[in-house]
Write a protein that binds this ligand. Structure first.
Ligand code: PEP
Length: 251
């Protein structure tokens, strides 16, 4: 049985005060939830304060990205070690917004993934096709490439600290959600690609989250699918009540 993983990607939202308010509201709403791994990924500037606010709660802290160096002359970058220094145990790597706006490609994302894992973080590695790629029948080719090039060189033990987030780009922040059947179909495809590359045991144990306009109204139905092992949530993770409802949808 794969334990569901539900994470909130706050993107470039919530000032420090707002972030703390959100966490203080969220904690009691999910305090009794043991059967789901819960993660919040605030902006860098709020990480330390959120870490303090989380205390010993059942909510883990994650970064939204991490660079491939520990420290040095890399203006604007944050290292996995720095994320861990403020209490992160997770980071997102390869979000479609990093791919689109920051021109990050599979090879570089593979370096980031390996560097973050070597530092000791757990990673949610995002993959997913654009609408154009889906419409032109290239979805499977793109997903194969994201998995093959993105996860290249990982060792068996690394997979204990990796989850894949399948996030069709056409569903992110658009209000359009993949249907549970569309999500399940893509997750089965991705699991099979992982099986071909890394074997059946790893592919069976790997958690594959769905991301793309997940909300309280559709979360339970999506995560009821056998191959949908949780969610990566953007907009609906900014409010405590909606994020808590999504977490409960995984139960
Ligand atoms: C995301 O940021 O990963 C995401 C899926 O966003 P949203 O839930 O807002 O579509």
């Amino acid at each position: 049985m794969r334990k569901p993983l539900v994470a909130g990607n706050w993107k470039m939202n919530l000032l420090v005060g707002e972030a703390i308010e959100m966490i203080e509201a969220l904690k009691p709403l999910v305090a009794d939830v043991d059967a789901v791994d819960i993660v919040v990924c605030p902006t860098y500037t709020a990480l330390h304060a959120v870490s303090q606010a989380l205390g010993n709660s059942n909510i883990a802290l994650g970064g939204q990205d991490a660079y491939v160096k520990e420290n040095g002359a890399y203006t604007g970058a944050i290292s996995p070690q720095m994320l861990m220094d403020v209490g992160c145990t997770w980071t997102i790597i390869g979000h479609s917004e990093r791919r689109q706006y920051f021109k990050e490609v599979n090879g570089f994302l593979n370096e980031k993934l390996k560097f973050a894992l070597a530092a000791g973080l757990r990673v949610m590695f995002c993959i997913g096709e654009t609408l154009e790629e889906r419409k032109s029948g290239k979805m499977n080719e793109i997903l194969t490439r994201h998995v093959t090039e993105g996860l290249r060189g990982l060792a068996e033990a690394d997979f204990e600290r990796v989850a894949i987030a399948y996030e069709p780009v056409w569903a992110i922040g658009t209000g359009v959600t993949a249907t549970p059947d569309q999500a399940e179909e893509a997750h089965i495809f991705v699991r099979n690609v992982v099986k071909d590359q890394f074997g059946g045991t790893i592919s069976e144990q790997l958690r594959i989250q769905y991301g793309g306009s997940v909300k309280p109204e559709n979360a339970a139905e999506l995560m009821a699918k056998p191959n949908v092992d949780g969610a990566l949530v953007g907009g609906a993770s900014l409010k405590a009540d909606s994020f808590a409802a999504i977490v409960r949808g995984a139960l």
